[in-house]
Design a protein around this ligand. Structure first.
Ligand SMILES: [Mn+2]
Length: 493
């Protein structure tokens, strides 16, 4: 563990491998080509910009399937994968170079550079799209696209109608439509070594952000001020955006699972739950920590925290290829139930309570989820179409483990000392050949680690206050003299 002013050392050369290379995206395309039949075409549209208000837009977020296959980060583009018996072609349609537009809104890659820098076989402007696609479709037998994308579906039916209109002139229309989503979801679920390295980095950065938040937290601050410390640290190391809306939830707010209001003042004896992860080159981290606002756990907070932490550790220790979320859930339920019985929160026969999933009253969400380009990443959780069984883990899957316990302030059925406590601890895990790797290793989690780090934060604040006081004296001495004092004092040092 280290204080904030030290540069990170463990993930060596941050920001290091901050993006995937052209060959990574090419191999993603190759993997999709391998799933296509001969004489077929697949469509993957880029995202469009979303209006925030009037003429301003939200920060652009690329469509993740499109990004996975291209690395191309402009809106409105379209990728086509064309597979014929003797060739595989990746074709991009994108916005044209436009000097005037670029001066106002930013540079565009343009068609010539897109071919060179992204490895596409052919690149065209959007103006050429409609005519060319109708030509490509003629004579093909199958089409792949995401069925849940309504706009794209409409567009493709339009193209097919365009080809069909020329049947009398000899045009041949594809007859089989395939949903591209399950195919690309499966590909995205298994990460490459370079994807895992990116996720290692974004986890490391996010761990630093949680460390900073712990050090900066004190009663009287507002939740959004701690959110700001988190975002500061993300950006500082190249994770320009949060992967999802940061949750900074003091006290009873932690019992609202997706609390993002972040507008309340931190109270001295409460816990603070922070669920925050950065996004680095499109890849997400998703980390939760819970710690005492004044730096010292109370006894009830300690008991519940240690139980959640022990549960998380026991579950993670069991992760290896072949295990399922069902088995991990059983382990989590056993740990939590036993702990809740020992604390007197649940009463009854342990075996019966586990069987009845009694702990779900306080552990109200799932144990974890896939993680990748999306924070709740794509990929089937089941092993068969009937959805009867949860699938076995494979090496290079990445997932979260996030047990929690939630005791709402207004729940009169719980003893008073537990009320208003909400705890979640969440790590990001890669399944390896024989076990797993915890990507969230640099983020403090034990009671001793957290209390020690927060004590460093308190010490730094009191030193800073002392320095400010001394600087104040110095300034006042200066201002007593008759000539002007030209000394600048950095109060932050
Ligand atoms: Mn999560």
């Amino acid at each position: 563990m280290k204080t904030q002013d030290n540069m990170p050392t463990t993930t060596k050369n941050l920001p290091g491998l901050a993006k995937l290379s052209m060959s990574d995206f090419q191999s993603h395309r190759d993997n999709f080509f391998a799933k296509m039949t001969d004489n077929s075409v697949a469509f993957f549209p880029a995202a469009t910009e979303t209006t925030r208000s009037n003429d301003t837009e939200f920060a652009f977020c690329q469509n993740k399937n499109f990004y996975y296959l291209t690395g191309f980060n402009e809106p409105n583009a379209l990728l086509i994968l064309l597979k014929q018996s003797d060739s595989e072609q990746a074709i991009l349609f994108s916005l044209p170079k436009d000097r005037k537009h670029e001066i106002w809104h930013g540079r565009r890659v343009g068609q010539a550079h897109a071919c060179q820098e992204y490895g596409f076989d052919q690149c065209f402007t959007l103006v050429e799209q409609d005519d060319l696609i109708a030509q490509y479709l003629h004579g093909l037998s199958q089409v792949y696209f995401a069925f849940d994308d309504e706009q794209l579906s409409q567009q493709i039916f339009g193209y097919l109608a365009q080809v069909r209109a020329n049947v009398r002139q000899g045009a041949k229309v594809p007859t089989q439509l395939n949903d591209a989503s399950p195919i690309i979801n499966e590909l995205r679920l298994i990460k490459s070594a370079n994807e895992i390295e990116l996720m290692r980095q974004v986890n490391f950065i996010s761990g630093l952000a949680h460390q900073r938040a712990m050090q900066k937290t004190q009663a009287g601050l507002f939740e959004y001020q701690i959110e700001n410390e988190i975002l500061h640290e993300f950006t500082r190391y190249g994770a320009r955006y949060a992967a999802y809306a940061t949750i900074v939830a003091g006290g009873d707010n932690a019992n609202i699972l997706h609390y993002t209001n972040n507008g309340e003042q931190l109270q001295n004896s409460d816990l603070l739950l922070i669920d925050a992860g950065g996004e680095l080159s499109g890849y997400a981290a998703d980390i939760t920590r819970t710690f005492p606002i004044n730096g010292k756990f109370t006894e009830p907070q300690k008991s519940l925290y240690q139980l959640v932490l022990d549960t998380k550790s026991t579950v993670i220790a069991a992760i290896k290829p072949g295990i399922t979320f069902a088995k991990l859930n059983h382990i989590a339920h056993q740990c939590l139930t036993q702990g809740l019985v020992e604390l007197g929160i649940l009463t009854g026969d342990l075996t019966e309570l586990v069987k009845d999933k009694a702990c779900k009253k306080y552990f109200i969400h799932g144990l974890g989820h896939w993680l990748g380009l999306d924070v709740h990443d794509v990929g089937d959780y089941h092993s068969n179409e009937a959805k009867a069984q949860l699938r076995e883990f494979l090496p290079s899957m990445v997932l979260t483990i996030e047990p929690g316990l939630y005791m709402p302030l207004d729940d009169k059925n719980i003893a008073k000392k537990w009320r208003g406590i909400g705890i979640r601890i969440e790590d990001n895990i890669v399944v390896t050949e024989h076990g797993c790797e915890n990507l969230t290793a640099n983020c403090p989690e034990t009671i001793a680690e957290i209390e020690a780090l927060m004590a460093v934060g308190r010490h730094e604040r009191s030193e800073a206050r002392q320095n400010i006081a001394e600087a104040g004296e110095y300034t006042s001495v200066c201002s007593d003299t008759s000539h002007s004092c030209d000394v600048s004092i950095d109060l932050q040092k």
